[in-house]
Design a protein around this ligand. Structure first.
Ligand code: NAD
Ligand code: ZN
Length: 347
């Protein structure tokens, strides 16, 4: 089959690799129908983890081609979306849809290690398929199904961890696709104002069209922009959806006393300079997490069905898998207004 492979810093290639085999008796092979590139793939692309040889991709929708003998609740022919994060698949946490709390293997994002290939490919092997896939319900579009594999649960988690109360003011740092999902989710909690912070004019314009007040953070003026816009008060909740030192500091700086900082942008530094004085002086709460993706589906599906989540057409581009190298480059450079790209493995 053809698959995307990270071959060097800022380089992906589409190459022919062996077809995947079942990961175990509870696994399945999926024929990939649609897959996307995530901001987390860009961390690999930029060498955050050793990634040469990794086949990336953790946002996958497709049809089951083969199941192992222990699979009970899925069958060949089921059209499913796949959790971008999996784990042992046997423990209580995995059974509750919370691979993040798995103590056996811990959470593993598909396509981040050579031991568990990702789905920017024609085929994908999924472990514990009963737990880590969802049969796509009638009426859920392919695009929304792809969003449910990772970034919608993540944006939703960003809003949930912020504990937004009706009337609160909220700032979302980063208007990439994850920030857009966080903005859409934050609106569900009845905040008085949402500020959307980014440096890319089209992304700020999109946030404004979704009802947010745009703040251009060019020249590192993100926190200051939010503080000025709130007449010095700061916001009740800051959601960080970038993962940079700068934006984490901004999120911590722009909240008012008893502010909540909710971080879903990924940052894996072990010696991060945390401004402890701010935490004490403002009595802040700080939470950071990966989303427990399967556990969010039962909350998110009704919200999608009733139309209360305004996801604002995040897929700006559709390309063939064969164009993955160009797609990565465009997503990384945000060129041609690209916000999120759907890759079609049949092309
Ligand atoms: P993205 O790269 O498209 O978005 C990042 C955005 O941040 C861009 O729009 C960029 O212009 C903006 N930005 C950069 N510097 C800024 C600054 N100084 N101030 C304000 N904005 C700034 O990526 P994405 O797909 O939206 O992902 C965002 C983050 O979410 C990534 O770190 C990704 O790894 C993470 N993520 C986390 C989870 C999870 O489970 N926690 C899941 C998926 C993605
Ligand atoms: Zn992702």
């Amino acid at each position: 089959m053809r698959a995307v492979v990270l071959t060097a810093d800022k380089t992906v290639e589409v190459v022919t690799v062996d077809d995947p085999v079942l990961s175990g008796p509870d696994g399945a092979i999926i024929k990939v129908e649609a897959t996307a590139i995530c901001g987390s793939d860009l961390h690999l692309y930029h060498g955050m983890l050793p990634s040469a040889g990794v086949q990336p991709g953790h946002e996958v929708v497709g049809t089951i081609l083969e199941v192992g003998p222990d699979v009970r609740e899925r069958a060949v022919g089921d059209r499913v979306l796949v959790s971008g994060v999996v784990a042992c698949g046997h423990c209580g946490a995995c059974r509750r849809g919370d691979p993040i709390s798995c103590l056996v293997t811990g959470p593993i994002a598909l396509g981040t290690t050579p031991a568990l290939h990702g789905g920017q490919a024609e085929l994908l092997a999924v472990p514990a398929v009963d737990l880590f896939t969802l049969v796509i319900p009638e009426g859920v579009s392919t695009e929304n199904a792809v969003l449910l594999t990772d970034i919608l649960p993540t944006g939703f988690l960003g809003a949930q961890m912020g504990n937004i109360q009706p009337g609160d003011s909220v700032a979302v740092f980063g208007m990439g696709p994850v920030g857009v999902m966080a903005l859409a989710s934050a609106k569900l909690y009845g905040p008085s104002q949402i500020f959307a912070v980014d440096v890319v004019p089209e992304r700020l314009a999109r946030a404004e069209a979704m009802g947010a007040i745009p703040i251009n953070a060019t020249d590192d003026l993100g926190a200051l922009g939010v503080i000025e816009a709130t007449k010095g008060r700061g916001v009740n909740v800051a959601i960080e959806a970038v993962g940079n030192q700068r934006t984490i500091q901004d999120a911590l700086s722009c909240v008012a006393a008893r502010g909540r900082v909710s971080m879903v942008g990924v940052n894996l530094e072990m010696d991060f300079p945390f401004p402890m004085a701010l935490a004490f002086l403002k009595a802040l709460s700080f939470r950071a997490a990966f989303a427990a993706i399967p556990s969010t589906w039962s909350n998110l599906l009704p919200l999608i069905a009733e139309g209360s989540l305004d996801l604002g057409d995040v897929f700006t581009h559709r390309m063939g898998l064969s164009e993955a190298s160009k797609a990565y480059e465009m997503f990384d450079n945000k060129s041609d207004g690209m916000l999120k790209v759907l890759l079609d493995p049949s092309r």
